[in-house]
Ligand binder design. Structure first.
Ligand code: G6P
Length: 540
């Protein structure tokens, strides 16, 4: 495939950008009373108003042309067909099969994976029911009240984000916690007030080799065995989610208590696989299936809607527009929902591990910027912290606002205030306030320059009726496919993550240098040597 910057659509976009880069959203809205309607699309139960983006109809047409030239739809279809589009690992990318209804056929290497998916879902459902009903008891006969997911990266962020997002739908008599960090404080804090007799550990790891997870799992095992008095207790207090049966057996977890997934599920695309077991225990198997139905709705929308009406494709293409033509470095994701607190953190892995790449599919260095930096906090907290820089700073920061029409809180009057703030922020960012307007309002002349907000800050407004399992599935799939679209345009492998390896290898080399009593000779650079020596000296 040619360099994207050499394609006709890219060059047309560059010329078009030159023409419209200084046009203000104020003028774009003034020119066209139908703008909001024109640039609002609905799909899979979500509404995307992208009228406050710095675009015209021509921009959308050219972005659609770019998608066509880059064969985004063909690559999408290849993914759905189970082709090995993760070229550097020679793997299929089939998270869409995790939410395919039973009866659908999705094959990879000639094998239909959908029955396997439903087999595991059924086993997870039976297990979750047993825990929730109290049929499954701990080693001493007590009901399980606490569930601790041990995992990191994709085996942590999705489960924690989903639990927090769906807490109103969860069993409130149970406690759910998440141990990810290898800092012992993480384990201590998660367990200090829990009774081992009532605690279930779910060890979640695709590979079952990850240092942090294996260390925390071993600590959990020792913690439980010490408190319950026998190794036999492990059978009732530990289950595993993994692709590595051997590793699970070796750890001492009965494979009858292992929930399987497959190498065609990327870690950051796995919250709807067995990795979601804690979510399923929290909200119940029916709630989990609703979430899968929401994912599937968005998959179908992504698979079938034309690019101009395709929410994830539009969002992916707009990200390319700002990232590559306006030179924006970041994208802020700002959910106006307390329950969506961890959604930006979840998206950081999804987007940045997927599209933080410097070579194309052929291994050749790319000649353009790839994935943006993702960040964000829930509204309205962010407004009182970093929004200042978005409004008046010198950097262009496109924002995704996410709002829900129906409140989950019974304090309904708070919701009007929350939503008023959401709409006001998008309005202020787009239209700003000019010096003339300020003067007319009586602003003292000396203050006016400080008070001017230029506006022309682009935003997406994503609205859903209500945050529930189905909506969460739709939202996650929306971003998954937006990431896919970006990766397809840039022609990079969005499904590998080689960049995280070097740090792991170096840590494994340093571990014995910190642990060994005889303080082995160091052969790092002078800075790393000095840091290690300082630590050793302190440790004594
Ligand atoms: O699920 P695991 O195999 O334990 O992997 C956990 C995480 O660690 C790795 O370093 C990867 O960067 C992530 O993509 C992955 O989600």
């Amino acid at each position: 495939m040619s360099n994207v910057t050499d394609t006709p659509a890219w060059q047309k976009l560059a010329a078009h950008h030159d023409k419209i880069k200084d046009v203000h959203l104020r003028d774009l809205f003034a020119r066209d009373a139908g703008r909001a309607e024109k640039f609002t699309v609905e799909g899979a139960g979500l509404t995307l108003d992208y009228s406050k983006q710095r675009i015209t109809e021509e921009t959308v047409a050219l972005l659609a042309e770019l998608a066509k030239e880059r064969k985004v739809a063909e690559r999408r279809d290849a993914m759905f067909r189970g082709e090995k589009i993760n070229v550097s690992e020679n793997r299929a990318v089939l998270h869409v099969a995790l939410r395919a209804p039973s009866g659908e056929v999705i094959e990879t290497d000639g094998h239909d994976v959908v029955p396997d998916v439903h087999g595991v879902l059924d086993r997870m459902g039976a297990f979750a029911d047993k825990i929730r009903s109290g049929e499954w008891v701990g080693h001493t006969g007590k009901r399980i009240k606490n569930v601790i997911n041990i995992g990191i990266g994709g085996s942590y962020l999705g489960p924690e984000m989903a639990y927090l997002a769906l807490r109103p739908y969860s069993d409130r008599d149970m406690t759910f916690r998440f141990v990810s960090n290898v800092d012992g404080a993480c384990f201590d804090e998660a367990t200090h007030d829990l009774n081992a007799e009532e605690t279930l550990f779910i060890v979640s790891s695709k590979t079952f080799t990850t240092l942090e997870t294996m260390t925390n799992a071993a600590t959990a095992r020792a913690w439980a065995v010490e408190r319950l008095g026998t190794e036999d207790a492990v059978a009732k207090h530990f289950v595993a989610n993994s692709t590595n049966t051997e590793g699970v057996e070796k750890f001492g977890i009965d494979t009858a208590n292992m929930f399987e997934f497959w190498d065609w599920v990327g870690g950051r695309y796995s919250m709807d696989s067995a990795i979601g077991l804690s979510t399923m225990i929290a909200i119940g198997p029916d709630g989990f299936r609703d979430m899968l139905a929401g994912f599937h709705e968005m998959d179908e929308h992504f698979r079938t809607a034309p690019v101009e009406k395709n929410l994830p494709m539009l969002m992916g293409l707009l990200t390319v527009w700002y990232n590559n033509f306006f030179g924006a470095q970041t994208l802020a994701v700002l959910p106006y929902s307390e329950h969506m607190k961890r959604f930006p953190a979840y998206l950081q892995q999804l987007q940045m591990e997927s599209n933080g790449k410097h070579v194309d599919m052929a291994g050749k260095h790319v000649d353009l910027q790839t994935g943006p930096i993702i960040w964000g906090e829930p509204g309205t907290d962010g407004q009182h912290s970093f929004y200042q820089l978005i409004h008046q700073g010198t950097k262009l920061i496109p924002c995704d606002f996410i709002g829900f029409l129906t409140p989950l809180s019974s304090l309904a009057h708070h919701h009007d205030l929350l939503m008023a703030n959401l709409f006001a922020q998008a309005e202020a960012l787009a239209f700003g306030k000019t010096a003339a307007e300020l003067t007319a309002e009586g602003s003292p002349a000396a203050q006016t320059p400080f008070r001017v907000t230029e506006g022309n800050r682009p935003t997406n407004m994503i609205l859903a009726d209500k945050l529930d399992p189905k909506t969460l599935g739709r939202l996650v799939a929306l971003y998954e496919h937006s990431v896919f679209t970006q990766g397809a345009v840039w022609n990079i492998d969005s499904f590998d993550q080689w960049g995280v390896e070097l740090g792991k290898v170096l840590a494994n080399r340093i571990i014995p240098e910190l642990e060994a009593k005889d303080e082995p000779k160091l052969s790092h650079d002078s800075s790393t040597n000095a840091l290690i020596e300082r630590y050793r000296a302190h440790k004594g």
